[in-house]
Ligand binder design. Structure first.
Ligand SMILES: [Zn+2]
Length: 476
C-alpha cells in the first residue's frame, strides 16, 4: 500500500469495498486517522470473516466510529479492541451499545457451537473479550458533537435500525459524511435519515441496491400479508429468516396489526406467530427502553394506549425449537437472517421438502449465504450438520425487501442534497455499485470540467482514494 499522502485525504477500505460485509474504512488526513465500522462477513467464518486488518497498523487509529449494531458493521469490534494493537477511542449511540452487548454475546455462542476444543481457537474472541471491550466503548447522543484531539464528529439519524447513525466528521476545514447503512422511507418505528445542516466535501455512501427501485412501502406490506395469509390458509408454514434485532421488530408490528384486523380467521392462536431467537426477551426490554428515540407515530401510539407497542398480542416467543409443537400452519420469524446455521436453518431443513410451505426472505442476502442460494430455487440444499446429505427443496421461495436500505431514487435524492463534490461508494456488490457509479456520473455530467465537478469512486478493498483539496487524483 502507498504511503499516506501528507496533504491529501486518504481513504481506503479494509472491508466492504465492492462487497457487502465486513465493513471497515480508514480515513487519514493531516496526521489524524479515523476508522469507520468494524464488521464481519456473514458468508465466511473465523479469521476469514474479518476485514483485512493485517494490511494496516491499527495502533495509528485515533477514533473508531460504529454506525449500527448489525454484524457486518460491528461484530469484529471485540477482536479489534482485545486482540490487536488498536488503542484508539470507540464511539457508538446508546441504543447501539445496548443491543450490541446481547447481540455479540449470542454471536460468540452461535459461532462457538459444534467446534472441538481445538476448533474453539478459531473463535475470533470470547465472552470475556466482549465484556472487557464493552466497558471501554463510549456513547454519543444524536445531534451532539464530540471533539477528540481536533477530530470533531456528530451523529445524525440514519433510519435503518434502532440506534443507527450517520457520522459527519470535521477535520480542520474539511467535512466528511459517512452514511453507514441508511433509509429515507418513513417506517413504523424509526426516524428516517436526515440531511446534516452543514454541507460535506466528501460523502461515503452505501450502494446496496445500486440502481434498483423499491415498490412503495404500502404495496410491499400488502404483498407480504397476502402471501402469508394465502400460505397459512392452505395449511402451510411460513418461515421468515430474520436478523434477531432491528428489522424483525418492524415486521412484527406489521404482522401483529394484520392478525388483529383478521382476528376471526387467524387470531386467538388459530394460526400462531412465533419469534424464535435467543434474544427475544432481551430485545423487548431494549425496544421498550428506547421508544423515546423512535419516530412520532410510534411514540404517539405508546402515549395513547399507555401500553408498549412492542408488546405483541398475536406473537409468542420461542427460545429454541425443542419446546415448539409443530402442528398445523404457523408463521415463524427465526434468526439468523441468512439461514447460515441455528434456528432458521434447522426449520428450513425441516420445512423445505413440503410444497405448501413458504420461505419468505425480507432482508438483504449476502453473496455466498444460504438465503442468497435459496433464491435460485435449487432442487436440493445441503444439510448444515452433514453437507453430504441433500434435502429436497419443494417449498415456495419469495423475496420482499424490508431491509431498510435506500433504493436508487432515494439514494440519488439524498446525494444531491449533500452536495459533496467527492462521492465514495461502499457496501455494495461490484455490479450494483458499478451501475450506481455510472448513473451518478451521468446525473452530474453537467458539472464536468467545472470547478464543482462531482467525482465518484468505487474502490476495491485496500485500494487508495487520495483526494487533494483542490484538485483530485486517484491512486490505485
Ligand atoms: Zn445494516
Amino acid at each position: 500500500m502507498e504511503q499516506p499522502n501528507p496533504t491529501g485525504l486518504r481513504f481506503f477500505s479494509l472491508g466492504g469495498g465492492n462487497e457487502v460485509g465486513r465493513s471497515c474504512h480508514i480515513l487519514q488526513y493531516k496526521g489524524k486517522t479515523i476508522m469507520l465500522d468494524a464488521g464481519v462477513h456473514p458468508a465466511y467464518q473465523g479469521l476469514a470473516s474479518l476485514p483485512f486488518y493485517d494490511e494496516f497498523d491499527l495502533s495509528t487509529v485515533d477514533i473508531l466510529l460504529i454506525s449500527h449494531f448489525h454484524l457486518d458493521h460491528a461484530a469484529s469490534l471485540p477482536y479489534v479492541m482485545q486482540r490487536t494493537n488498536f488503542n484508539g477511542r470507540v464511539f457508538m449511540t446508546h441504543p447501539t451499545k445496548a443491543i450490541y452487548r446481547w447481540l455479540l454475546k449470542d454471536f460468540v455462542r452461535v459461532t462457538s457451537i459444534g467446534g472441538s476444543p481445538n476448533e474453539k481457537d478459531d473463535n475470533l474472541y470470547t465472552d470475556e473479550d466482549l465484556s472487557e471491550s464493552f466497558d471501554r466503548i463510549e456513547t454519543i447522543d444524536y445531534h451532539s458533537t464530540m471533539d477528540v484531539n481536533g477530530i470533531k464528529f456528530t451523529a445524525f439519524h440514519a433510519g435503518h435500525v434502532l440506534g443507527a447513525a450517520m457520522f459527519q466528521i470535521e477535520l480542520g476545514s474539511l467535512r466528511v459524511l459517512f452514511t453507514g447503512d441508511y433509509s429515507r422511507e418513513l417506517d413504523r418505528h424509526l426516524n428516517s435519515a436526515e440531511i446534516p445542516p452543514l454541507a460535506s466535501d466528501v460523502l461515503i455512501v452505501e450502494s446496496t441496491f445500486g440502481t434498483a427501485t423499491h415498490e412503495p412501502r404500502l404495496s410491499r406490506e400488502k404483498k407480504l400479508t397476502q402471501l402469508i395469509h394465502s400460505t397459512v390458509t392452505k395449511g402451510g408454514r411460513v418461515l421468515m429468516p430474520v436478523f434477531a434485532l432491528g428489522r424483525a421488530q418492524e415486521l412484527m408490528l406489521i404482522l401483529d396489526e394484520y392478525w388483529s384486523h383478521n382476528e376471526e380467521e387467524l387470531g386467538n392462536g388459530q394460526v400462531p406467530i412465533y419469534y424464535a431467537s435467543n434474544l427475544a426477551k432481551r430485545s423487548m426490554s431494549v425496544f421498550q427502553t428506547y421508544v423515546n428515540m423512535m419516530n412520532d407515530s410510534i411514540r404517539k401510539k405508546f402515549r395513547d394506549s399507555k401500553t408498549n407497542p412492542f408488546i405483541f398480542k398475536n406473537i409468542s416467543y420461542l427460545k429454541n425449537i425443542d419446546s415448539f409443537q409443530d402442528f398445523g400452519p404457523s408463521v415463524m420469524l427465526a434468526a439468523p437472517g441468512m439461514l447460515q446455521n441455528g434456528l432458521s436453518r434447522d426449520l428450513l431443513e425441516k420445512w423445505c421438502p413440503e410444497p405448501k410451505n413458504m420461505v419468505l426472505i425480507t432482508g438483504y442476502s449476502v453473496e455466498g449465504s444460504m438465503a442468497k442460494y435459496l433464491m435460485l430455487e435449487p432442487e436440493n440444499i445441503p444439510s448444515v450438520n452433514n453437507p453430504e446429505v441433500n434435502i429436497p427443496r419443494r417449498c415456495q421461495v419469495e423475496e420482499i425487501s424490508f431491509a431498510a436500505h435506500v433504493d436508487f431514487q432515494e439514494n440519488i435524492d439524498f446525494i444531491e442534497q449533500i452536495r459533496a463534490s467527492n462521492i465514495i461508494l461502499v457496501h455494495g456488490e461490484s455490479n450494483p455499485m458499478g451501475r450506481l457509479k455510472s448513473a451518478l456520473l451521468s446525473n452530474f455530467s453537467s458539472t464536468k470540467g467545472t470547478e464543482d465537478e462531482v467525482h465518484v469512486f468505487n474502490p476495491r478493498n485496500c485500494a487508495d482514494v487520495i483526494l487533494e483539496f483542490k484538485g483530485v487524483k486517484v491512486a490505485k
